[in-house]
Design a protein around this ligand. Structure first.
Ligand code: HEM
Length: 147
C-alpha cells in the first residue's frame, strides 16, 4: 500500500548513507536523553557525547541499528519473519540495561533524522508510515523483556 511506498521511497537514498544518518539519529537521542550514553560501555571513553559519537564501537552500533531498519524496510511485506530476531535483539538490550520506555525517544530521534534528511519530502503521511513500521519493530523487541 501507500505506507510501504512512502517508506521504501524515502529509505532508498538514506539507506545508502547509513552511518551519517545514524549519527544524526543518535546525536538527537543523546540530546533528548543524555543518560542513555552511560549504557554504552566501550573501551573508548563514552563519557561525553562527542567522545561516544566518534568511537569506532559506537559507530559500529549505529551501523547495526541502521541495518535492522534496512531489514525491516526490505521485509515490509512479511515483518513477522523478523519476530524471532527482534525478540532476541530485545533480550540483548534488556541485558545491557535498556528500558522499553526508551524506545519512544529512539522513535522521536528516528523521526528527527528523517525530517532533517528528507526536508520537504517529510510529510504527515510519511511520518505516520514510519511510525507504524517502527511500532511493529518495537513491539517485537519489547517481547524480549517479558518473563
Ligand atoms: C547491541 C545499546 C537501540 C540494534 C547493543 C549493545 C548496546 C546497545 C550497549 C551491545 C554492544 C554493541 O553491540 O555495540 C543500545 C541503546 C539503544 C539501542 C542504549 C537505545 C536506547 C537499538 C536499536 C536497534 C539496535 C533501536 C535496532 C532497531 C542493535 C544490534 C546490536 C545491538 C543489532 C547487536 C546485537 C548482537 O550482538 O547480536 N545495543 N541500543 N539497538 N543493538 Fe542496540
Amino acid at each position: 500500500g501507500k505506507d510501504k511506498e512512502l517508506i521504501r521511497g524515502s529509505w532508498e537514498s538514506l539507506g545508502k548513507n547509513k552511518v551519517p544518518h545514524g549519527v544524526i539519529m543518535f546525536s538527537r537521542l543523546f540530546e533528548l536523553d543524555p543518560a542513555l550514553l552511560s549504557l554504552f560501555h566501550y573501551s573508548t571513553n563514552c563519557g561525553s557525547t562527542q567522545d561516544c559519537l566518534s568511537s569506532p564501537e559506537f559507530l559500529d552500533h549505529v551501523t547495526k541499528v541502521m541495518l535492522v531498519i534496512d531489514a525491516a524496510v526490505s521485509h515490509l511485506d512479511d515483518l513477522h519473519s523478523l519476530e524471532d530476531f527482534l525478540l532476541n535483539l530485545g533480550r540483548k538490550h534488556q541485558a545491557v540495561g535498556v528500558h522499553t520506555q526508551s524506545f519512544a525517544v529512539v522513535g522521536e530521534s528516528l523521526l528527527y533524522m528523517l525530517q532533517c534528511s528528507l526536508g520537504q519530502a517529510y510529510t504527515a503521511p510519511l511520518r505516520q508510515a514510519w511510525l507504524n513500521m517502527y511500532s511493529i519493530v518495537v513491539a517485537a523487541m519489547s517481547r524480549g523483556w517479558a518473563k
